[in-house]
Design a protein around this ligand. Structure first.
Ligand code: SF4
Ligand code: SF4
Length: 646
């Protein structure tokens, strides 16, 4: 076998300490076909030299003794390809970082270099030609969740010409911010801020690229990056969505009403109703839990009969359907939930009428809320309890990030609508980092009608009713009375995050949020290739952060799933020898990328070459030695060790 060695001097970095001539002599017995040096092999001239020399010498295998493969392995693999060689027939030896930069004595450095190269020579002889498989991909994208992150991801992709299937669980898009009339930090109107975005998504220039499926959820997903097949469960709206003009005549005509979930059950809604005033898409939906046709088997057809577009626009006979879509990537933007405040019985939530959550107070203040924005019934003495469940080892140890800001925003709103209001904030920590975030906090601190004090632990707080008002007892003896106690609960993973995570095979972090590929430098990718994350489903986020993450996820999709470009699979994946596999499934448990599945018919594990990152964890874990990693076989590694020890 003809093995050639290229020794890069790296200017003076390597050659000054590791004398190439002495290395050549040291390898004299090792069956090297040739030994060539070059001043800078990664330079344009160096690469041209290498390519031409490979064409002239036609070696079977190549060893390049230079710098770290992290820096230039891909460079030299490309040169091999250009010279007509299979790029996997090369091995790099890191003489710079592992020898020249860390060895003081030149003779020792030469000896280390010889041993390392000897290992590479033995290893490279065992390396095989590997081919990169290419797959056709679908370039369309499934986006789960129609809040700020999902909207921005969908629009960014649609503007880039991608087909998007946007799946929203509820009857309307926009997420929580469309319910808030004043947002922190600058009291901008939530619906006004989001409506241009939603309008563009529904009716803009790129709306044709977006298929919006409301009242829908992902039911099943098969396949892998570039080739997902998604089954989506659609609950009926009981309307012909294409014909309905959203005039609301049916809502007027509907005779039954029940609790309105969008107002936290404080107001009422009809059985046929819009999700909330101004909801988009501008379509009502029929709630079968309220409509007497469904609850009592009645014959009421008032909504249908009132419709100016025809009696068959309302479709009582509609049922749940399943639709299938082929997509290349999935963006998860399903948002988060709030911690259940009944977890703290001593705070009286759900029992005392004077205890509400901040979200409920938002709705109480809203002009389209249960009290139509009427300030006459607003409480005059309000006490906010921050960090309900956050920063608490027994509950959620992290800071939820947004609660201080919305608490001080509500402070501002209450004081402006009710100047005589007296407000007290009980907090554990104040967190208001960022360009604008501290403004509301600072103005509350300077406000003579607002007081702030710190509490030690939620366990030390209790709320009781005394003479029609709430009395908050703080450990240490202090007690404060209020007309309304407002709880600011921790931001927690969405209720169905676990189930959806299991469906998508996306892992959760220790708090139950979706786990990023890397929390700092690759936060828009999940550990499943082709599944991207955006917004509060990966941790507490404000609107700005969620929207930016939506754009980031879209950007990741656009650069990784390129229209017309086939998916090129690195051949460095593991495979399981079915003859050796005992079916113990250890590999399924250890694979961090969920690339291993179990073929229950054959009783053996198998690896998806698309999902496998070639990390080798399964190879190390397999007790039967059935799992093998291409290009990193046990024989190759042992040969390298043997060479280095000679
Ligand atoms: S290949 Fe590596 S060692 Fe050689 S010149 Fe380039 S950077 Fe330096
Ligand atoms: S009356 Fe007819 S057109 Fe008007 S909102 Fe109801 S279903 Fe739609």
């Amino acid at each position: 076998m003809k093995i050639g060695l290229y020794f890069c001097n790296c200017g003076s970095n390597i050659a000054e300490l590791v004398d190439p001539e002495k290395v050549r002599l040291g390898l004299a017995q090792d069956g090297l076909a040739y030994f060539k040096t070059y001043p800078f092999l990664c330079s344009e001239e160096g690469k041209a030299f290498l390519e031409q020399d490979l064409r002239d010498e036609r070696p079977d295998r190549v060893v390049i003794a230079a710098c770290t493969p992290r820096e230039h392995e891909a460079t030299f693999m490309r040169v091999l390809e250009q010279a007509g060689m299979n790029p996997y027939l090369m091995q790099m030896v890191n003489l710079r970082e592992q020898v020249a930069w860390v060895t003081k004595e030149p003779e020792q450095a030469v000896r280390k270099a010889v041993l390392a190269i000897r290992g590479a020579l033995l290893r490279v002889a065992l390396q095989q030609e590997l081919e990169r498989e290419e797959l056709e991909v679908a370039s369309s994208v499934l986006v789960l969740g129609g809040g700020p992150a999902g909207l921005k991801a969908s629009l960014t992709l649609a503007r880039a010409g991608r087909k998007v299937v946007l799946v929203e669980k509820g009857p309307a898009i926009g997420g929580l911010p469309v319910l808030y009339e004043e947002l922190f930090p600058d009291l901008e109107c939530g619906p006004c801020m989001l409506e241009p975005l939603m309008g563009e998504l529904l009716h803009g220039e790129y709306a044709g690229n977006i298929e919006l499926l409301t009242l829908s959820e992902l039911a099943e997903v098969k396949g892998f990056f570039g080739n997902f097949s998604a089954t989506i469960r659609r609950r009926p709206r009981y309307l012909d969505e294409a014909t309905c003009i959203g005039c609301g005549e049916c809502v007027e005509a509907c005779p039954v009403a029940g609790k309105n979930p969008f107002d936290c059950g404080m107001g009422e809604k009809k059985a046929m109703a819009f999700a909330f005033p101004g909801a988009l898409p501008n379509l009502p939906y029929l709630d079968p839990a309220l409509c007497t046709r469904f609850t009592e088997g009645g014959e009421c057809r008032l909504c249908s009969e009132s419709c100016p577009m025809g009696a068959d626009v309302v479709r009582y006979q509609d049922a749940e359907t399943l639709v299938e879509r082929q997509v290349g990537a999935i963006v998860v933007a399903t948002g988060a939930s709030l911690y259940d405040c009944t977890t703290f019985p001593q705070l009286g939530y759900g029992v005392l009428p004077q205890v509400k959550t901040a979200h409920e107070l938002e709705r109480m203040l809203a002009s389209n809320g249960p009290f139509a924005g009427d300030p006459s019934g607003l409480p005059e003495r309000v006490l906010f309890i921050h960090c309900v469940g956050s920063l608490d080892e027994g509950h959620r140890p992290y800071c939820s990030g947004i609660c201080c800001q919305y608490a001080f925003k509500l402070n501002r709103l209450l004081r402006s609508r009710l100047p005589q209001a007296r407000i007290h904030h009980l907090y554990r920590e104040i967190a208001a980092a960022g360009k604008e975030a501290s403004a509301l906090y600072l103005s509350a601190r300077e406000d003579p009608g607002t007081a702030l004090s710190r509490y030690g632990s939620l366990a030390g707080l209790s709320v009781r009713e005394e003479g029609g008002e709430a009395r908050v007892f703080v450990a240490g003896g202090e007690s404060l009375s209020a007309d309304l106690v407002v709880l600011c609960p921790a931001v927690v993973p969405g209720e169905d995050a676990g189930a959806l995570g299991a469906l998508l095979e996306v892992s959760l972090d220790r708090f139950g949020f979706y786990e990023e590929m890397h929390g700092r430098i690759d936060a828009s990718s999940s550990k499943m290739r082709g599944i991207y994350l955006a917004g509060a489903c990966q941790g507490p986020a404000d609107i700005q952060r969620a929207a930016l993450q939506g754009v980031a996820a879209a950007g990741s999709v656009l650069c990784e799933l390129v229209e017309g470009r086939k998916l090129r699979l690195e051949p460095l994946f593991a495979s399981v020898d079915p003859e050796l596999c005992s079916g113990c499934r250890v590999c399924l448990k250890v694979c961090p990328y969920r690339a291993v599945s179990f073929d229950s018919e054959k009783g053996v594990a198998c690896v998806s070459s698309v999902l496998c990152h070639g990390c080798g964890t399964c190879v190390a874990a397999c007790p039967a030695g059935a799992s093998r990693a291409q290009h990193f076989t046990g024989e190759m590694i042992l040969a390298e060790i043997e060479g280095a020890l000679k």
